[in-house]
Design a protein around this ligand. Structure first.
Ligand code: DAT
Ligand code: MG
Length: 140
């Protein structure tokens, strides 16, 4: 498998509980290298655009509200098969269904406050990285 880059975000429920470092440790321990990282507040418009694919879903309003409720840590992760590897380390969307030892199993509060986001495919990884980072902010 090739070296890939993926986009990751530590969500407000996790920054609020001061577990950013614990989550980064899980990512690094899995062999994912943090090649870009910043702690920011995202606007309502940014949250709506970032999660645009879910615009028609019943939870969209709650999702936008949650994502703008506090700081997030946006990251670019690099490694062998990084896109799938990150999704594995994250665990299932619903923490009740997440596998043992995953970030969401161990840290998520609920399906809506599930601590982390990770790109789900090569195209979304590229678009999501570009949404938050310019090339000069990413160092391998
Ligand atoms: P993932 O974050 O695992 O890629 P997704 O893309 O299906 O999951 O949904 C994006 C986010 O939307 C998810 O992390 C939390 C929220 N969400 C999804 N389904 C939900 C639901 N049934 N109720 C509340 N929030 C939900
Ligand atoms: Mg998704």
């Amino acid at each position: 498998m090739a070296i890939e880059r993926t986009f990751s975000m530590i969500k407000p429920d996790a920054t609020r509980r001061n577990i950013t470092g614990k989550i980064v440790d899980r990512l690094e321990s899995a062999g994912l290298k943090v090649v870009a990282q910043k702690r920011i507040l995202i606007t309502k418009a940014q949250a709506e655009a970032f999660y645009g694919v879910h615009r028609e879903r019943p939870f969209f309003g709650e999702l936008v509200e949650t994502m703008t409720s506090g700081p997030v840590v946006v990251q670019v992760l690099e490694g062998e098969g990084a896109i799938l590897k990150n999704r594995e380390v994250m665990g299932a969307t619903n923490p009740a269904q997440a596998a043992e030892g995953t970030i969401r199993k161990d840290f998520a509060v609920s399906i809506g406050e599930n601590s982390v986001h990770g790109s789900d495919a090569a195209e979304t990884a590229k678009a999501e990285i570009a949404f938050f980072f310019s090339d000069i902010e990413i160092t391998g």
